[in-house]
Design a protein around this ligand. Structure first.
Ligand code: DGY
Length: 321
């Protein structure tokens, strides 16, 4: 019987996922869930056939070039792959996969929570009750923005964007979107396509970001684009912090150009821009878009399926490089 492939698992995964991995592979687990630095990552990959990382490990061109020759694949436990230099992986013939589809529902739920939380000032309200400082009710107390009947602009109408559109329709919102390519009429489900992002911005009461953090999308929501948004608009981000220019967003929140923002992702996580914490009109979560038991198990299983294909010499379903 041939020896099992060695798999380096960089973070603590759900028990069922780790048990399944341990059945099929010689696994190097991380029971204490310590975050590995680049040097340690390279060292621990010695002799490994594949690495199963999260978006918390950075596979820069330098790291990829220095990975041991044994490493044939990086089977990510994430849909986002902006932490991996895909060109460098291709150049070394290392296969890279991700886990699409399985986290769309969970992430869309968080996008809805951010919209509600930002629009209805849920962070402020919760803080008031929790601190014991809530003293009164009046018609002018904690008045926010209603979602019903508003126009939602979706930037990036991929899997998550489409689920958000469906959920938002349940709130009586009118759906508009911008995407590199227009969806089929069936997939649009009545949403209005705007080939020009500026056109989408001009009419959006709410804007939800769902585009990947590709080099072209870095700082996509900048001062010019925020200026194009309707006054009093609300922005939510469940994609990646890198698609937002923090200076521009903070300035717009401070000036009142934007009524509020709901953020689950940030530049430089977890050391995000401290100004977001100082502003009242933000509703902030710690990158929990995919954090449900169901989704985390599904992400693990999807990564295992990709690994199994690669180990068997087949093309994995979710190959991105
Ligand atoms: C993803 O899968 O990209 C989520 O952001 C968690 O990494």
């Amino acid at each position: 019987m041939s020896a099992k492939h060695v798999i380096l698992v960089t973070r603590k995964l759900p028990d069922a996922v780790e048990e399944r991995l341990a059945r099929d592979y010689d696994v190097r687990l991380n029971p204490t869930d310590r975050l590995y630095g680049s040097e340690e990552l390279i060292k621990m990959s010695e002799g490994a056939f594949a690495i199963l990382p999260c978006h918390t490990e950075r596979f820069t061109a330098d790291v990829i070039q220095r990975l041991p020759d044994s490493v044939r694949a990086i089977a990510n436990f994430s849909v986002g792959v902006d932490h991996c230099d895909l060109e460098a992986a291709k150049a070394r013939g290392i296969i890279v996969t991700n886990t699409p589809d399985v986290l769309s529902d969970a992430t869309a739920e968080i996008a809805m929570l951010l919209m509600l939380g930002a629009a209805r000032r849920a962070g402020e309200g919760e803080q008031l009750v929790r601190s014991g400082d809530w003293k009164d009710w009046s018609p002018s107390f904690m008045v926010g923005t209603q979602m019903t009947g508003k126009r939602l602009g979706i930037v990036g109408m991929g899997r998550v964007g489409q689920v958000v559109a469906r959920r938002a329709r349940g709130f009586g919102m009118e759906i508009h979107y911008h995407n590199r390519t227009r969806l089929s009429a069936a997939a649009e489900e009545g949403a209005t396509y705007h080939g020009d992002l500026q056109d989408l911005l001009r009419l959006s009461d709410f804007l939800s970001l769902h585009c990947p953090a590709t080099p072209e999308n870095q700082g996509l929501l900048n001062a010019d684009r925020i200026a194009a948004l309707r006054d009093g608009a609300i922005v939510v981000n469940t994609a990646r912090g890198a698609v937002v220019d923090d200076d521009a967003l903070v300035a717009a929140l401070r000036s009142g150009k934007l009524a509020a923002a709901g953020l689950d992702v940030y530049n430089n996580e977890p050391d995000n821009d401290p100004r977001y914490r100082q502003i009242q009109n933000t509703f902030l979560l710690p990158h929990i878009g995919s954090a449900t038991r169901e989704t985390r198990n599904a992400m693990g299983n999807r990564a295992i399926e990709n690994l199994a294909d690669i180990a068997a010499g087949h093309e994995p379903n979710d190959r991105v490089a």
